[in-house]
Design a binder for this molecule. Sequence first.
Ligand code: G6Q
Length: 544
Amino acid sequence: MSGSQRLTDSAAWRALQAHYAAVKDAHLRTLFADDPGRAARFTVEGAGLTLDYSKNRITEETVRLLVQLARERGVAERRDAMFRGEKINVTERRAVLHVALRAPRGERIEVDGQDMVPEVHAVLDRMAAFANQLRDGSWKGHTGKRIRTIINIGIGGSYLGPEMAYLALRPYSDRTLDFRFVSNVDGANFDEATQGLDPAETLFVVSSKTFTTLETMTNAATARKWIVSALGTDAAVARHFVAVSTNTPGVQKFGIDPANMFGFWDWVGGRYSMDSAIGLSTMIAIGPENFRELLAGFHNMDEHFRSTPLERNLPVLMGLLTVWYNNFFGAQTLGVMPYSAHLARFPAYLQQLQMESNGKHVDLTGAVVDWQTGPVIWGEPGTDGQHSFYQLIHQGTKLIPCDLIGFLQPLSPLTDHHDLLMANMFAQAEALGFGKTAEELTAEGSPTFQTPFRVTEGNRPTNAILADRLDPRTLGSLVALYEHSVFTQGAVWGIDSFDQWGVELGKVLANRIIPELRDKAAPKLTHDSSTNALIERYRRARNS
Ligand code: G6Q
């Protein structure tokens, strides 16, 4: 079990090390040539998604040993403990129950003996009533005008999901409403988001689990001034602000009526919260029905994760493949390339999900790990990426496994574009996997002097993830796929994927520096010489 035994001491780990030495040079060209059934053998389906992982540097033995590793590390037991509401976030002594956010009515998921599902649905019902009022125009601003723009103020987990989902599901959204997002404390973010808007037609959704986050509270205070100065009275706040939070006193203190607050629970981590009330702006955009479809997609993948044997379990396999490249091949990063313009912010969303969850240096016992944990996650939509950084993936010296995500049906009526888009996705996976040899180039008439430069080695691993179309249900499945892949990785590495202590230090130090920038009579600076000099340079520039 993870936690009780060091990862590198486990039998499966040792077996994988020996196996790695034997297969590390095997080329995908040979693996495919030797096994005509390879694609079928390494393709799995679940919750409306297909994962073709055949273009990975693996054999059946690799999968057997990786699954064995998952068993030895107690992935299934830990997963079941999560679903039972046990406090698997050990450093914060909290349950981890985002799966309860999408449990259907009537299912039971308990925290400390209390069934949470009825509360979840009570909040969803209130959100739906509010979303409908905005969508049908019955919710009016202070002056009686209809709300036209909704601005989500929030950061990190209270921003990335809502923005990603809004962009992903725009074709399902009410186009008469405009949605904007303010996250950064840089005043430019607020300025740009409110450009050209009529305050009388603008609603702010202040999304903050804690309702104490510096950036969000600063932006919310600015928004409050913007509304009150334009509409002439504090009374306007009631019609132009709603809050999503777990902190009722904080919300009241800000001046928002708790009747206009939508709650959630401490067992929902920020980066796992887009399907909680944090998704209020998403629900307003796509409507309650579509939001429930989104939740159904999440739930389908939860069920797949919970009940499918590890060998055919999509998130388990994806998580184990990440471990394979991260810990055995020494890959530092993982690329995620959606072949969908609507998924433009999906890589950024996954960046937080994966890097905040698995960027850890100690195991569950607090001992420093002597194995690699979470990789760097990055990506851009294909085909744009192909015309910029794919060169390095094809011919550079680093191994970068990539997930390529595509959809069989287009959302755009420009269907001929879709064939071109998907041809590119399939072609990239083919080129990355099989490359082009010097012999092939010569046979094609490549000038001899150019041949070495044109050789593409291939053997670059990819996962192909396909779904029928990008709709709310599919998006839910896709996000849950990555959530549970992250879970699997964290369980293998024996770390707490649900805390984020590393984020704290910077926050504390910023709070110390703020008065040093503002207070002209601030005491002598006592940082290191570089920080002192940077602060002094800033003060001189601002005070001159
Ligand atoms: C997510 C993190 C972090 C958090 C933000 C916003 O898992 O904890 O990104 O979501 O710091 O926090 P609040 O919602 O409390 O403002």
